[in-house]
Write a protein that binds this ligand. Structure first.
Ligand code: PA5
Length: 477
C-alpha cells in the first residue's frame, strides 16, 4: 500500500508554521518570545508524561484506535460491499460526536456533489447525515427517500440520546409501515457501546447488525471508531489510509522535543495565547474540503476545554471559544473584525498545497484594467495569494496567527489532522489542569429533557425544569 511507503509518508506529512505567533513577525506587544516557550518546556514534558500514563492506564482510547482495529476494518469493508448492491441511501442518525466526524470525512474526501453524481459514487449509496430534530428537516428527508433502498446507521455511544433515539423510533416505524415489519432488521445498523445503554439492548432484540464504540473513547474523539469509519467505508473512503495517517501522526506526537511535536507546540502556543487574552480561537481552512473539519474541531475544542472546575475541584471557568471560518469566503465577512477588532483572537489557517485540479482564469477584457489583470493566473494562485495576503495583513496588525499545511487532502493527511488536533486538545487540557474528556455541561441539558419527557430516574430534573423562573412578558417585545 502506498501509504506504508516512508518516502510517500514524508511527502504527505502535515506541517505547522508558527512564525506569526512570535514577536519577530507580529511585534513585541502581542507576539510571544522563545523565552516564553522555554518556561513551559518542563510543563509540556509533564503533560506528555501524564497523557502517556493515562493511555497506559487504558483511559485514552482514541490513542489506541490507529492500531487495534484490523478486524473492525475488515468487517466494515465487507458490510460496505454488501450494502453497495442493496441500498441507494445511507442515513446516519446521530448528533455531536456521533455525526460531526462523519460529515467532516465526507466533505474532505468524497466529491462535493457525491449524492448527485452516480458515477462519482461508484455504486456506493448516497449519504445523508441527520443530526437535528427540527421536524421540518427530518420530515423532508424521510419524505424523499425510497425506504426500500435506504439503510439507517443509528449512532449513539450512550444509547440513550433523546434526539437520536427519537429519530430512530420514527425511521423504524416508517420502515415497518412501508417496507414491512419483518424487514426492519435489514434496514438498520447500530453503532453503540458494546455492553451498556438501551441501543445495544434494542439492537439485540431486533437483530440489527452492530458495531461497537470502545468505552474509553469519548464521543468527540470517536471519528476513527466505527462511528466515523462506517459511513466512510460505505461511501468508498479508504479507511485504512485514514487510520494509517493517524498512526503516522501518533509517532510524531510521541516526540518529547517541543519543536518536533506539533501537538505539544500548538498546545502550548494556544494555551499561551489564551493566557495573553486571546480567548477566541479561529480555525480558517482555505479549502472547501476542510470546512467541516473546522466544524468537527469546534466541538472537540469546546466540549473538551470549556470547563467550570479544574482537576482539584477549583472553580476556573476556562476554555477558548472555537470559531470556524472559511477562506476565502469569510475574508468578505469576518476578516475585518479579525484584523481591526479586539486583540482577543488567535487564527489558525489551514492551507492545502495541491488541490488536485488545475483551473485557469481565462484571459479577457485586457482593455479593462480592473478585470483584465486576472487572466493568465490560476484559481490556485488566487486562493494561495489571498491566504498569504490575509496572513500578512493580520501580522502587520499584530494579530497572532499560524498555519497548518496539508500537502494535499486525502485520507492519509486527514487521519493525521484528526489525530494531531485530538492530541493537541489532550495537551492543552493538561496545561489547564482540567478533565478534557468529560462533558458535564452537555449532560445537564440532556437530563432536563429526559425529565420533561418522563424518563425514569430524572424526576428531580423534571421538577427543576417545571420550577424554572417565569419569563417576564414585559421583556418580550
Ligand atoms: O462528545 C460527546 O460526548 C457528545 O457530543 C456526544 O457525542 C453527543 O452528545 C452524542 O452522544 P451519544 O453518542 O451518546 O448519543
Amino acid at each position: 500500500m502506498h501509504y506504508d511507503d516512508k518516502a510517500w509518508q514524508e511527502k504527505m506529512r502535515i506541517k505547522l508554521d508558527v512564525n506569526n505567533m512570535f514577536s519577530k513577525m507580529i511585534g513585541q506587544e502581542e507576539g510571544l518570545s522563545q523565552e516564553d516557550l522555554k518556561d513551559y518546556q518542563e510543563q509540556v514534558y509533564k503533560a506528555l508524561e501524564n497523557i502517556e500514563e493515562a493511555k497506559e492506564a487504558g483511559k485514552l482510547g482514541f490513542m489506541e484506535l490507529p492500531f487495534v482495529q484490523e478486524e473492525v476494518v475488515k468487517q466494515l469493508k465487507e458490510a460496505a460491499e454488501e450494502a453497495k448492491d442493496k441500498f441507494d441511501n445511507l442515513v446516519i442518525l446521530g448528533i455531536g460526536g456521533s455525526a460531526l466526524g462523519n460529515i467532516a470525512v465526507q466533505t474532505a474526501i468524497n466529491h462535493p456533489h457525491y449524492n448527485l453524481d452516480a458515477e462519482q459514487r461508484n455504486g456506493y449509496p448516497r449519504l445523508f447525515i441527520s443530526d437535528n430534530v427540527d421536524p421540518s428537516g427530518l420530515k423532508a428527508l424521510l419524505d424523499v427517500l425510497d425506504l426500500e433502498k435506504t439503510l439507517f446507521n443509528v449512532i449513539s455511544k450512550s444509547g440513550g440520546t433523546a434526539e437520536t433515539m427519537s429519530q430512530f423510533l420514527l425511521a423504524r416505524k416508517l420502515v415497518a409501515e412501508e417496507v414491512g415489519a419483518e424487514k426492519v432488521a435489514e434496514h438498520f445498523i447500530a453503532t453503540t457501546s458494546k455492553d451498556s445503554g438501551f441501543l445495544i439492548e434494542i439492537a439485540k432484540r431486533e437483530g440489527f447488525k452492530t458495531f461497537h464504540i470502545p468505552e474509553n473513547v469519548g464521543g468527540r474523539f470517536s471519528v476513527l471508531t466505527p462511528v466515523g469509519l462506517l459511513s466512510a467505508a460505505f461511501t468508498g473512503v479508504d479507511i485504512e489510509a485514514l487510520l494509517a495517517g493517524a498512526a503516522y501522526m501518533d509517532q510524531i506526537c510521541q516526540q518529547q522535543d517541543l519543536w518536533k511535536n506539533p501537538a505539544l507546540l500548538n498546545g502550548v502556543l494556544q494555551y499561551l495565547a489564551y493566557q495573553n487574552g486571546k480567548s477566541l480561537s479561529v480555525m480558517m481552512p482555505y479549502s472547501d474540503k476542510l470546512r467541516d473539519v473546522a466544524d468537527w474541531y469546534r466541538q472537540l475544542w469546546a466540549e473538551s476545554l470549556g470547563k467550570e472546575v479544574d482537576r482539584t475541584g477549583n472553580k476556573v471557568n476556562v476554555g477558548p471559544t472555537p470559531i470556524k471560518a472559511l477562506g476565502v469566503t469569510d475574508q468578505h465577512s469576518q476578516v475585518q473584525l479579525y484584523t481591526e477588532g479586539p486583540f482577543d483572537k488567535v487564527i489558525t489557517f489551514i492551507e492545502v498545497e495541491d488541490f488536485g485540479v488545475n483551473l485557469e482564469i481565462p484571459e479577457a477584457y485586457s482593455d479593462l484594467q480592473g478585470v483584465g489583470y486576472l487572466g493568465n493566473h490560476s484559481f490556485k494562485e488566487l486562493i494561495e495569494t489571498e491566504k498569504n495576503a490575509t496572513e500578512l495583513a493580520l501580522s502587520q496588525k499584530n494579530r497572532m496567527n499560524e498555519t497548518i499545511i496539508l500537502p494535499e487532502v486525502n485520507e492519509f493527511t486527514l487521519g493525521q489532522l484528526f489525530y494531531l488536533l485530538e492530541m493537541q486538545t489532550a495537551v492543552i487540557g493538561e496545561l489547564f489542569n482540567i478533565n478534557a474528556f468529560n462533558q458535564p455541561g452537555v449532560e445537564l441539558g440532556k437530563h432536563y429533557t429526559y425529565g420533561v419527557f418522563g424518563r425514569d430516574g430524572y424526576e428531580a430534573k423534571q421538577k427543576e425544569y417545571e420550577n424554572r423562573p417565569e419569563h417576564d412578558d414585559k421583556l418580550i417585545i
